[in-house]
Design a protein around this ligand. Structure first.
Ligand SMILES: NCc1[nH]cc(CCC(=O)O)c1CC(=O)O
Length: 309
């Protein structure tokens, strides 16, 4: 059994996720040794600028992928939702472990749910996907940008800067946060980001030994679901800074049900479609084409134009 060099970002969430994966691999391969390599990414360095304006695609993964190419590391653990729809040549997702709760959660200091927030309440999020869906449900709400890692965002809520903020349930669960969660937003209100709640373990496509190790952590239903979601995202040419959401579930018969959405950041236009199928790639394309036929392409083009300004 060999020794593996593992690339990870330095944030608490990234380290927790990486350590979780390493722990699981140690259980499966007790002889294997693992060495963590902490890597600072562009996304970590520019957290105070609006990420959507610096071209969000893969901001948190680029340097980590370079270290895989350079063989400074052998695999890296990412939040799947931070991964661009297309991987660079020569790299693959070696394993997608079983997904945890994919939902968004609302955090507020007084325990109010989305429907209970006062008229004109101030909600912090920098996600266009979240703002589109919150405003579609509660047009009176004011959305303000909220950046930083999970700790920073929660601190800004606690300091009284917002009536509520929105974060991913998965990230909070991974750092064991149980504080001011006031509502798990149903996916009918807030369709999650593509891949939310899932991890992706990336490695070199030709590294058979690492692929064999990682394969043991792969969860087939999760892989089918996120493959459909990522195919949908890819067809819409979306990165992580576009108002796109998707969520797929897989039945016992391996039937995949995928819902996709595109919304304008102000929530005034909202396109959704749900379809079922067995081929995840084809299903993603089918749902994307249904949204494009409804006019979603124009909304996406508008967001891209605004990001370029
Ligand atoms: N956008 C940043 C990000 N990337 C991954 C997670 C954690 C949740 C996950 O793995 O899906 C978060 C935090 C959040 O959106 O609240």
């Amino acid at each position: 059994m060999g020794k593996w060099k593992v690339g990870t970002r330095r944030s608490k969430l990234a380290l927790t996720q990486t350590n979780w994966v390493v722990q699981k691999l140690k259980e499966l391969a007790p002889q294997a040794e693992f060495e963590l390599h902490e890597i600072v990414t562009k996304g970590d360095r520019i957290l105070d600028v609006t990420l959507s304006k610096v071209g969000g695609k893969g901001l948190f993964v680029k340097e980590i992928e370079q270290s895989l190419y350079d063989k400074e590391t052998d695999f890296a653990v990412h939040s799947l939702k931070d991964m661009p729809a297309e991987l660079p040549e020569g790299l693959v997702i070696g394993a997608i472990p079983k997904r945890v709760d994919p939902r968004d959660v609302l955090l507020s200091l007084d325990g109010k749910t989305l429907d209970e927030l006062k008229e004109g309440a101030l909600v912090g999020t920098s996600s266009l996907r979240r703002s589109a869906q919150i405003l579609a449900h509660r047009p009176d709400i004011q959305i303000e940008s909220l950046r930083g890692n999970i700790d920073t965002r929660i601190r800004k809520l606690e300091e009284g800067n917002f009536d509520a903020i929105i974060l991913a349930a998965a990230g909070l669960a991974r750092v064991n946060y149980e504080g001011n969660i006031s509502q798990f937003l149903p996916v009918e209100i807030s369709l999650p980001a593509v891949g939310q709640g899932a991890l992706a373990i990336e490695c070199r496509a030709d590294d058979e030994e690492t692929l064999a190790l990682l394969k043991q952590l792969d969860d087939e239903p999760t892989r089918l679901a996120v493959t459909a979601e990522r195919s949908f995202l890819h067809k819409l040419q979306g990165g992580c800074q576009v108002p796109i959401g998707a969520y797929a579930t897989v039945g016992e018969d391996k039937q995949i049900t995928l819902t996709g959405m595109v919304g304008s950041p102000d929530g005034k236009q909202m396109f959704k479609n749900t379809a079922t199928g067995r081929d995840p790639q084809a299903l993603g394309v089918q749902v994307a084409e249904a949204l494009l036929a409804q006019g979603a392409g124009e909304v996406l083009a508008q967001v891209l134009r605004e990001n370029e300004q």
